[in-house]
Design a protein around this ligand. Structure first.
Ligand SMILES: [Zn+2]
Length: 466
């Protein structure tokens, strides 16, 4: 009942009238365009790509200069193949040229930051129109899993990590109640806290659970080992970390519902999502042009693993054109039996960071550290290494970081790791990269206590990719 009221009255009023957004218009459009043929969708992509390139060349100083030096012209791009001669955009380039990458047009920009999985924290901007489009894309993807706005959703998600001001907490609490949501901080899933979460789940009775993969999997394991039958939602949406088959199997068995995997990032929001066929992740094709390239920048043959490279067709405020996001995936765009024209991303392979484990039994997903450190903007590069069972070394390249800020970081890490493990912060001049120019951000050198075949295979695979 609330869902219907929210979807048809409250939400449109808030979104269109109060906030003046175009989210619903885009969402309605995406509900139609998903059924277009692949050729129709790609025709539109090429049109949108060409106007993005023309816009970037005319109004973004960094693109204008870089392309002019390479004698590339936006007006000469007539195919995706022509586009392949355009240079790749790295995180470092965004760090160093944020201002010149922005458009000189007076668009309203929203500043964002991300820790990412590559160890280079990043601040960037997007324009409000692009924000509406990507939000709409998320609504469509979540709808495939039965989780459209207004449905009762329990989020097991990264909570605020730095101290949030009191009024902000109130505002967030009001928002989540209005949106029919409940949020549990995913870093709070320690063995002793599990009974509290079981009660919260049974009391809230969500239609959909939206969760980071690792804490949800740990939760499912706890329920399974203790023979607890939890409240069963209609479906579960997972994201932020790779979902392994063994994790999906256990979660589906324990919660007695289907799991829908999503893949996204702060830079683009939803990149891909599963539909009810669970055959792969449908790309957010109307907003993003996605390529899989080898280390030399050439397209990866179907079935082989390569680097994910993304162009956001609509962030005119600060265009991301051929951005290497640091993740790896298997190439080859399959069709889905559901009939949608949006191609399938078969498998994202290289997103996994090591999970650290403390002597008191906490499992800390590697994704925690980028999530935390992104708020410490003086950090240029970082690496977290669990050297022994009870020692975690946090290396920071942060010449301008104050002692006070370092103390805050230490405090925030300890709040999640507990006191059974010692945190050592080391200020270093540089953190060496691997031969392939990548950085392993979160490394567990201390041997895992419960080896799992699938995890080992995955670690070996991502290790070779680094
Ligand atoms: Zn499908």
């Amino acid at each position: 009942m609330y869902g219907y009221f929210y979807r048809h009255l409250l939400f449109p009023f808030f979104d269109r009238v109060v906030k003046g957004r175009q989210t619903l218009t885009h969402w309605n459009s995406f509900e139609h365009t998903q059924w277009r043929s692949r050729a129709q969708l790609e025709g539109q992509q090429l049109t949108d790509l060409r106007s993005l390139l023309t816009h970037a060349e005319a109004t973004c100083p960094w693109y204008r200069e870089t392309w002019a030096n390479l004698q590339l012209r936006a007006g000469e791009v007539n195919s995706f193949q022509d586009f392949q001669s355009f240079p790749l955009l790295t995180r470092e380039a965004i760090r160093d040229h944020r201002v010149e990458l922005r458009t000189t047009q007076p668009l309203k920009l929203i500043p964002k930051s991300t820790g990412g999985s590559s160890g280079v924290p990043l601040q960037f901007d997007l324009d409000t129109g692009s924000n509406d489009r990507r939000t709409a894309m998320m609504y469509r993807g979540y709808r495939w899993a039965g989780g459209e706005p207004g449905t009762r959703q329990l989020f097991i998600w990264g909570g605020p990590v730095a101290g949030t001001a009191g009024w902000k907490q109130w505002k967030q609490a009001l928002h989540t109640a209005f949106d029919n949501r409940k949020i549990i901080n995913c870093f709070d899933f320690t063995p002793e806290r599990m009974p509290v979460h079981v009660k919260a789940l049974d009391r809230f009775k969500p239609e959909v659970i939206v969760a980071y993969t690792t804490p949800l999997y740990e939760f499912a394991r706890y329920l399974d080992e203790h023979g607890i039958e939890p409240f069963s939602p209609k479906s579960i949406i997972v994201g932020a970390e790779k979902l392994h088959d063994f994790q999906r199997t256990l979660i589906e068995r324990v919660f007695k519902c289907k799991v829908f995997e999503t893949y996204g990032s702060r830079e683009f929001m939803l990149i891909g999502a599963e539909c009810g066929e669970h055959a792969g992740l449908h790309l957010s094709h109307e907003n993003l042009y996605v390529e899989i390239l080898d280390d030399n920048g050439h397209p990866t043959p179907a079935g082989e693993e390569g680097n994910i490279v993304i162009t956001d067709l609509f962030n005119h405020g600060m265009p991301f054109i051929r951005y290497v996001n640091g993740d790896r995936a298997v190439a080859g765009w399959k069709n889905c039996p559901c009939g949608r024209g949006l191609p399938l991303l078969t498998r994202v392979t290289g997103r996994r960071l090591d999970t650290l484990e403390t002597p008191d039994g906490r499992k800390i997903p590697g994704e925690f550290f980028p999530h935390l450190i992104k708020d410490f903007t003086a950090v240029r590069r970082f690496q977290v290494v669990q050297t022994t069972d009870d020692t975690i070394v946090v290396k920071l390249v942060a010449p301008d970081m104050s002692r006070e800020s370092e103390e805050q970081l230490l405090h925030a890490i300890t709040a999640c790791t507990g006191w059974s493990v010692q945190i050592q912060i080391e200020r270093v001049a540089e953190i060496p990269l691997t031969k392939a120019g990548k950085l392993r951000v979160v490394v567990r050198e201390a041997k895992p206590t419960e080896p799992c075949e699938n995890v080992n295979v995955q670690l070996a695979a991502s290790g070779s990719a680094q």
